[in-house]
Structure formats: structure tokens, C-alpha cells
Design a protein around this ligand. Structure first.
Ligand code: FAD
Ligand code: SF4
Length: 474
């Protein structure tokens, strides 16, 4: 559509719906729930974009994708060029198109959202990236002249992968060291297949490999090799730490050591990375409860509950200590969970677990709560209502109340300043207290989002480049 035609046409108020698997069908499989746009649907949605002169959507994107430009290319039917436009600033578009909370970022700022529904930017991003991959049109940009310097990246989550991609394109020799046997961080071990198929994570990592990024799996830095060794003996000029915040938190209540009680981290890792869901092809042990309690209200709680449902549980209840208004999970995830028959029980918190003679959990004693004054987070604090406790039968409990910084690497690395919650102290460009070490993503901010981790990786890569090649970057 030409600019003139676009101006003369009023944007459709509602966005083009995305087809998805019906709830009764999808709870029996691990396939992706939203099915993606067809070319015609993507073009129709792209035509809603007003091509604003001052596009506010870009301000809402932590990696500043040129949103109107890629949407224009979709409108013109040049889908591969749209994908390449996104990749100029975002190396993981098929992932971001699926899991970014666009409703709080680019789409929240979209001008159309003031009077009607914002452009479905995330769905369009996903469409362009999927089209490019499925049609075999992925183009590898020509490599820059080698700078002759080596950079080590610890952790292959979105922060580490972004640093690796950006610095490789600038001519650095980058090696990513990952503790697990598969790259991707939470993208691989946390977010389930039905929200983010692992083949997509592998394809986007493969793109980075083709750019020239080296990946070394099964390397627990701090244990198999220390950061000092990487710098002094392996001759890396700098190290970027992007090890995430994967240390599970528990509530420290009686009975929490009973069998059948998992941290969400362990439960999802067993299901996703170790493929317990793909039994009998993979024989990874996992408790398949009939009555499941998931504790928490974030995306991790929704992912755990929906995974349990697919693993055959009959009743899945999410116990959340605040009310629906305070739920931290994405609206879309809550909607999908409820569609799948998952029950959310608000203002409820477990205070004790009771087990059977074999040490397996059988009941959760729960406390009814009410909302009091706002706490430091600005959300109203849950307060117990005296005398109001009740028992819930359960044979599987998944604790999804957040996670913290894993001290494994940081305690082995001298000179690295940590804050009181053991996260690495770094400035806005990722510089730490050690001039040879940068850090970013969840290990600096605490649990956040994929795109925030990527934004931190981008800033760190720019700063590492400024530091290692001051003449080239000025
Ligand atoms: P991570 O993704 O945690 O990656 C860190 C990597 O470092 C891991 O692979 C780890 O194995 C590796 N590592 C750790 N220690 C070492 C070591 N010593 N040596 C070598 N490697 C090491 N965000 C969204 O935007 N949208 C969502 O829908 C969403 N859903 C989520 C669902 C779940 C279940 C979880 C847990 C998180 C979710 N998040 C979501 C949050 C998001 O995934 C994280 O904020 C993001 O992945 C952080 O990226 P990162 O690169 O900092 O770390
Ligand atoms: Fe298009 Fe919305 Fe961005 Fe304007 S703000 S350019 S309408 S996506």
C-alpha cells in the first residue's frame, strides 16, 4: 500500500487474530499453542501501521528494532527483507516474537493503542523470522575484518548470545562457555516447548554459529576453569558474565523436603531440557501428580502449571498469595492457563506440607490472606487472616516463587563487587568492579525478561568494543 493510500485509509480498530490450538486438544500435546500468521494475515495486520514520523514503538523496545521499517516491508510482501531488518538490531527475532512482553513494551507505546488495539508487533516479528527460516532464506552477513582479540562469554542465555553475536559481527573471536549441554539458558531449560519450540532456539543459535560464534558446552566456569585462567592463560582480552539468576528459592516451611516437591527450575529443566515430556523416547524421571499445587503467580508458575497439565495431571491449582490484580504473569499466559482448566486460588499461601509414611507429599496446609498496605514493590502486602487455614490434597507441589543469583561463579571470582543479594554490581554498560570483566542480564538485575537481558548484552558489547578498539569505535 502506498503512503497516500495509507494516509487516506483509517486503520482497522482491532488486530488480526492469531489462530491457535484449541484448549481441549493442546492439553494432550506439547506443540506450540499460537500457530502464527499466514502471509495474508501478516500483510493485513502490517497495513494497520500508520508509519508514524516519530514512532513511539521504537522507544518501547529495549534493543530499538526499527519497527515501522520492518512492518512496511511485510506490508509490501518482502518478508525476508523484513526479517533481515529486524536482525540488524535483534539477533533472536523468532524467540522475541514469541516470548517478549510486547504489551508492556513496543505495543504499549504504539499510537493506535490510544483509541483502539495497538499493531500486533510481536506477531509480525514472529511471522517475518519464521518465514525467513522456513523458506531457507537466512542470509549470513559478511564477516568484518578480524580485530585479533578474543572475548569469552560465560552463559548462553539471551544476554550472552547477544554479546557474542554483536562482537562477532565486529570482528572479535568470541567463545561462549555454557554449563549445560544445550545452549539458550532459560530459553532452552525454562520456557516450555508449547510456548517456545526448542527447534527455534536451536535455529537462532545456529545462526550465531554461522556468524562465527564458538560455543563450548558442559563448561561450568568457576569449576572446570576459572575466569582468571580464561584471562591470563587462555588469553581472552575480556570476559562477559551472563550466568542468569537460576538459583531456586523455597519458602522454608515445614515439610518442604518431602518427596514430590520440586522447585519450578528443577521441574521445568527435567521436562524441557531433559525431555521428560517425551517419554518413552527420553526416560527422565519426573513425578506426574494427579493433584498438583503450583505456588506463585508469575510466568514461571503458569509454565509449570501448564506443563503439569500436559503431563497428565487431572487437577492443577495455582496458589497465589495476592489477588488477580497483582499477578505478575503476562495476561496472555494467565488466559491460556485458565482456558486449559487450571484453577487460580488467590489470597492463599501454603504454610506447611504433610506427607505419607513413604515421605511423599499428600497435603498442603494453606493460610487465607487479605491485602494490607503496599510494600516496597508498591503492591499491597498479603497479610494472614487469623484462624483461617485449610488443607488441600496434593501429590505434586511446584514452588515457583522466584529465583536468586547462583554464587558458584561469583564466589570464585575475586575483585567482583556484589550487592547484598549477591547480584553482580555493574554500570549501565555492564562494567563491573574488575576492569577486565563485564556482566549483564539477570545476574545483574535479578529475574527480568529476555529482551532486557538482550538490551544489557547489546550495551555491554558496544562498551567492550569501545574499550578494546577505541580507534575503531570512535
Ligand atoms: P539465562 O537465560 O538464565 O542464561 C544463563 C545461562 O548461563 C544458563 O544457560 C546457565 O546454564 C549458564 N550458566 C550459569 N552459570 C554458569 C557457569 N558458571 N558457567 C557456564 N555457564 C553458566 N522472559 C520473557 O521475556 N518472557 C517470558 O515469557 C519469560 N518466561 C520465562 C519462563 C521461565 C520458566 C523462566 C525461568 C523465565 C522466564 N522469563 C521470561 C525470564 C527470562 O527468560 C530471563 O530474564 C532471561 O532468560 C535472562 O537471560 P540471561 O541471559 O541473563 O540468563
Ligand atoms: Fe506503527 Fe504503532 Fe509504531 Fe506508529 S507506533 S509506527 S502505528 S507500530
Amino acid at each position: 500500500m502506498s503512503k497516500k493510500e495509507r494516509k487516506g485509509k483509517k486503520a482497522r480498530k482491532t488486530r488480526t487474530p492469531m489462530p491457535e490450538q484449541a484448549p481441549e486438544r493442546r492439553i494432550k500435546n506439547f506443540d506450540e499453542v499460537p500457530l502464527g500468521y499466514t502471509a495474508a494475515q501478516a500483510k493485513a495486520e502490517a497495513e494497520r501501521c500508520l508509519q508514524c514520523k516519530k514512532p513511539l514503538c521504537i522507544d518501547g523496545c529495549p534493543v530499538r528494532v526499527d519497527i515501522p521499517a520492518f512492518i512496511k516491508l511485510i506490508g509490501e510482501g518482502d518478508f525476508a527483507a523484513a526479517a533481515q531488518k529486524i536482525k540488524q538490531t535483534n539477533v533472536l527475532p523468532a524467540i522475541c516474537g514469541r516470548v517478549c512482553p510486547q504489551e508492556e513494551q513496543c505495543e504499549e507505546k504504539c499510537i493506535l493503542g490510544k483509541k483502539s488495539e495497538p499493531v500486533a508487533i510481536g506477531r509480525l516479528e514472529r511471522f517475518a523470522a519464521d518465514y525467513e527460516r522456513e523458506q531457507g532464506l537466512i542470509r549470513i552477513p559478511a564477516g568484518a575484518n578480524p580485530v585479533g582479540k578474543k572475548v569469552a562469554v560465560v552463559g548462553s542465555g539471551p544476554a550472552g548470545l547477544t554479546v557474542a553475536g554483536d562482537l562477532t559481527v565486529l570482528g572479535y573471536e568470541v567463545t561462549v562457555f555454557e554449563a549445560f549441554h544445550k545452549p539458550g539458558g532459560v530459553l532452552a531449560y525454562g520456557i516450555p516447548e508449547f510456548r517456545l519450540p526448542k527447534a527455534i532456539v536451536e535455529a537462532e543459535v545456529d545462526y550465531l554459529r554461522k556468524l562465527g560464534v564458538k560455543l563450548e558446552m558442559n563448561q561450568v566456569i568457576g569449576k572446570t576453569i576459572a575466569i582468571d585462567e580464561l584471562l591470563n592463560e587462555e588469553h581472552f582480552s575480556t570476559v562477559f558474565i551472563g550466568v542468569g539468576a537460576g538459583l531456586p528459592s523455597f519458602m522454608d516451611i515445614p515439610g518442604e523436603n518431602l518427596g514430590g516437591i520440586y522447585s519450578a527450575n528443577e521441574y521445568l529443566t527435567r521436562s524441557n531440557l531433559m525431555k521428560a515430556y517425551d517419554f518413552p523416547r527420553y526416560d527422565t524421571p519426573i513425578v506426574r501428580g494427579r493433584r498438583v499445587c503450583v505456588i506463585g503467580g508469575g510466568n514461571v508458575a503458569m509454565d509449570s502449571a501448564r506443563t503439569a497439565r500436559r503431563l497428565g495431571s487431572e487437577e492443577v491449582v495455582i496458589l497465589y498469595r495476592r489477588s488477580r490484580d497483582e499477578l505478575p504473569a503476562r495476561r496472555e499466559e494467565v488466559h491460556h492457563a485458565e482456558q486449559e482448566g487450571i484453577v487460580l486460588k488467590f489470597l492463599t499461601s501454603p504454610v506447611e506440607y504433610l506427607g505419607n509414611e513413604r515421605g511423599m507429599v499428600r497435603q498442603a496446609r494453606c493460610q487465607k490472606m487479605k491485602l494490607g498496605e503496599p510494600d516496597a514493590s508498591g503492591r499491597r502486602r498479603p497479610v494472614p487472616i487469623e484462624g483461617e487455614q485449610f488443607l488441600v490434597d496434593t501429590d505434586l507441589v511446584i514452588v515457583a516463587i522466584g529465583s536468586g543469583a547462583n554464587p558458584l561463579l561469583t564466589k570464585e571470582t575475586k575483585n567482583l563487587k556484589l550487592n547484598k543479594r549477591d547480584y553482580i554490581v555493574a554500570n549501565g554498560c555492564g562494567r563491573t568492579s574488575d576492569p577486565r570483566i563485564w556482566a549483564g542480564g539477570d545476574i545483574v538485575t535479578g529475574s527480568a525478561t529476555v529482551i532486557q537481558a538482550m538490551g544489557a548484552g547489546k550495551l555491554a558489547a558496544e562498551d567492550i568494543h569501545r574499550s578494546l578498539s577505541p580507534a575503531a569505535s570512535s
